[in-house]
Design a protein around this ligand. Sequence first.
Ligand code: SF4
Length: 389
Amino acid sequence: MIAGVYIHYPACLVKCPYCDFASGPIPGRTGFNNARYAGLILRELESRRHELRGRLISVYFGGGTPSLWGADPVGRVLNGVRTAFPDQAAALEVTLEVNPATVEGGAGFRSYREAGVNRVSIGVQTTSARLLQSLERAHTVEDGLATFQAAREAGFDNISLDLIFGLPGQSRGQVERDVRNLLALQPDHLSIYSLIVEPGTRFGALHKAGKLHPAEAEAAAAMFMDIHRLMTAAGYEHYEISNFARPGKRAVHNTLYWTGGAYLGLGNSAHSFEPAPEGPGGVRRANLRGIERYLTAMENGASALEMEETIAGAAAQTEFLMTRLRMAGGLPLDEYARFFGGLEAGRVRRAATRWVDSGYAEWAGGRLRLTPSGLFLCDEVVVALMPGG
Ligand code: SF4
């Protein structure tokens, strides 16, 4: 069994209007500070380490903006994790999400390297100053590019960049420029997401009021295909709906999520998954979402959990379809049959026919794989293939 640890750091300089993560500026009354938060994460780790079995292959500091945490607390937490799980891969992937202009140049990145971080994921989002402003990000386009250079100069040889497409007022040409501008930096990995307008966000409210117009589905699909073409022509593998990697640079941590691996999530709003010993399915857990509730619970020695559910039966089938089909490797039908029975596998095979006939999927070596245009419709395909779909 492969295993990973996710650590959520909730603070950000500003709250971006499209973001529905448990993140943002943290009110002073909570008493939140970087050293205290690291101590509470280590306390949670101590009380929950028994939940994670398997060989540790990745540690991921996400957020929020964990590059605001500082190298010392990050190193302290990482040491705690490494001590708690001595069975670990020699090439343990340790990722830090970074927002532009939150790390002090090359020296700042070197401190994170010395703390044990060996991969950074930088949230550039767009290379258009106008669009970046519309996202109300706390940095400029130049900050994003300079942050990449500083990380490279500090010796990071595994750098991922984030882009968003389908923004209000964004043309296909602008998406292409964004991709080309980032490719010019020669990153090791790119995550390119389409804008999802989430209810409960400021963008969600504006959209509901008819004042915000993200790209229509047809335009977004065309952008997605442009991105696929540009990225694969540049030698990147399109290995998951939103992710592209140079050879050997797939994200180990995220791949673990999509292949049924075990992970332990620490910090407010973090999710965990404990696979069933014989698979498929398992137990999913979610921590308290609000930072104040999390801090109070941990200070009082109470549980950080707010939800626990067993994934079995039809839910496990759906999850298996959802995670496998989003990856380029696709759905291995023999494994599906072993877990859920030959009758079920036959049903999936029949239900897949119309997607194969219309060019959205293909069979290759016993696997159902979505074509690039099918990947854009992955959710629809999963709904059509799931039990009762
Ligand atoms: S910086 Fe990232 S995590 Fe923080 S509010 Fe903006 S999008 Fe959300």
